[in-house]
Write a protein that binds this ligand. Sequence first.
Ligand code: ARG
Length: 701
Amino acid sequence: MKRLFLSVIAMLTLMGARADEGMWMISNLSAKTDSILHSMGIELTHDQIFSTEHPALNNVIVQFGGFCSGSVVSPDGLVFTNHHCGYGSIQDHSTTEHDYLKNGFFAKKLKDELPNEDLYVDFHLNTYDVTDKLLAATTPDMDEMQRMLVIDSVATVLQEAIEDSVNGIHGEVVPYYKGSKYYMSVYQRYSDVRLVFAPPQCLGKHGGDTDNWMWPRQTCDFSVFRIYADKNNKPAKYSKDNVPYKPVKYAHISLQGYQPGDLCMTFGYPGNTDRYLSSYGIENTMRTVNDNRIQVRGVKQAIMTDAMNSSDALRIMYSSKYAQSSNYWKFSIGQNKALKDLGVIAEKQALEKEILEWAKQKPEERGKYIGILDSLKEEYARSYQQQFAMNLWQESFWSGSDILAFAIKQMIGMAQGKQGDFKKEVEKSFKDIDINTDKKIFAALAKNYVEHVPDSSYLPEYVQVVDSLFNGDYNAYADFLFSKSIFARPADLAQVESLAEVGEDPIFMQAIDLVTLLYKMYGASPIDHYEQLLGDALREMNRDKEYYPDANFTLRMSYGIVEGYSPSKDLTYECFTPSQSIIDKFEKQGSNPDYELIPEVYAWLKKGNFGKKYIDSKSKDLQLCFLTNNDITGGNSGSGMYDKKGRLIGLAFDGNWEAMSSDLKFDTNLQRCIGVDIRYVLSIIEKYGKAKRLIKELTLE
Ligand code: ARG
């Protein structure tokens, strides 16, 4: 009787366990996750998802370039990722004559595929727990700084022990649960990755900033790359003799689509979440990170927009930088809004109260948790101005003028005794800098910093110079600096053998002053330690609940179902967008450049010859983008969306506006993952792009 009762309870729990919050480490999926996946209809065994013994899904997933995710989809090493992940490479190869951003790109033959200097993909080989090894080296009397140093050096030793540069094998030790655990992941890197196909950006980036982070979407956010290897299929630097890489496994693609309620899994490399952050930490993020980012980038982006509107050359030159800046500018606006709208701070406070009461029940055992909330409150308040100033500094100088940032980075490299090939770095960095535009950004942000810095002790030295010698005129100051500095003359700068030669260069001097200022702001803080304890307390309080670790750019899977949502009482979104919706956006809102379609694309869409096999059998339409409730974040971009048989059905590319608070708090009702339907991708490749040779490589089911 008791057993029956228990199994009924278990069944009920499973039925309630619908699509779920959580970014799970695929190398140690628990029995509980397995059973949830089974209750959701998965047809794969645990071993087919992750294995170190035989080919499994983990062999198909790549970390793309250090910032995105992708899937290998052919026996010749083709990789599908997002358009916005390939954007930098597409831009790199674009000129006003060959505007691949605007018109798209297709390599007609293998030899036309375009190499990309710094691009690589990492394959995940294994992950294992190294917590004991790292923590064994620490002692209770160490302060935070000493602890970090010790942990860092043991981690370095472990990483070096497995490094095998000939085979591209390298390890990364990364903290989980804010340092309560450490795991080492082992990867194999391939660094000859070539651009094969990109849609025109009116498809690949359709909706631009207007639609970014929003639903409904029509964006065909994909691009195609190919991994190359040497003749023995081993990783190799770019060489014209390299050949397409033969993967141990590649993803099959389903043409059968999805229905609401169907299981969907994403596999990829989510970058950063802070789901266990305290209410104080959330408030701090809103003010010191988001407010600064929104304000400073607003100033910078206005200058870039003017420049980009003035010529095609400048548009191409700044397009990738602009998109990078505006992506997280809009993110921060949305995150602050959603945190407020959804009452996330109050929710966290209630949880914190619960934790405190739980701790107080057994002070002998849980004593270390009792004071943490007070400590967090105090420490966040004490360091507020400092953190505000540091974030303002970062937005204004590290991510402000490119020339200044270049000088700062070189200066730091010199101080740390690390200097690369200077000439090469100049060439690479200055390729996409327009000196005049950069000077405007430099002046505007130097002034803006002074106007917003919260405490006069964080004022930079240049204030006095501008006030006394330039009458407070920042443009005149910038004119002077740029006319005197070798950093504003890239051709001369490239001739410099070593930084020591630049002497008292005024931009270099400014870089030194600013880095000195940053050091002055910096101070070790116990905040991270208190936050870690708070997370430990939560997990201890709910021992039978499984907590996934925050995203940290390691391989994760999330499971969910295909599902629309209802952002308000009188609005419900279906789970996909129909083909007519992209035409409507252009025809009805054509004055918005983000909805513009180049004539070739418009004509193609109007004609509607999308390819019979890509038409959904139920809707009789080419479905464009779709929604699931998978748990993803930045870094997941390009992640494959897989069905219950482990076949690719889409590529994840965005999240939705109503749940922009999701990096700090997952909202089950509202949070959605936006993906591009793989049939839309294939239709663009085959029918619009006439790239039959790529379709032939794929396995379509
Ligand atoms: N919000 C998306 C992400 O961070 C990027 C979308 C890029 N598109 C754009 N219009 N900027 O993954």
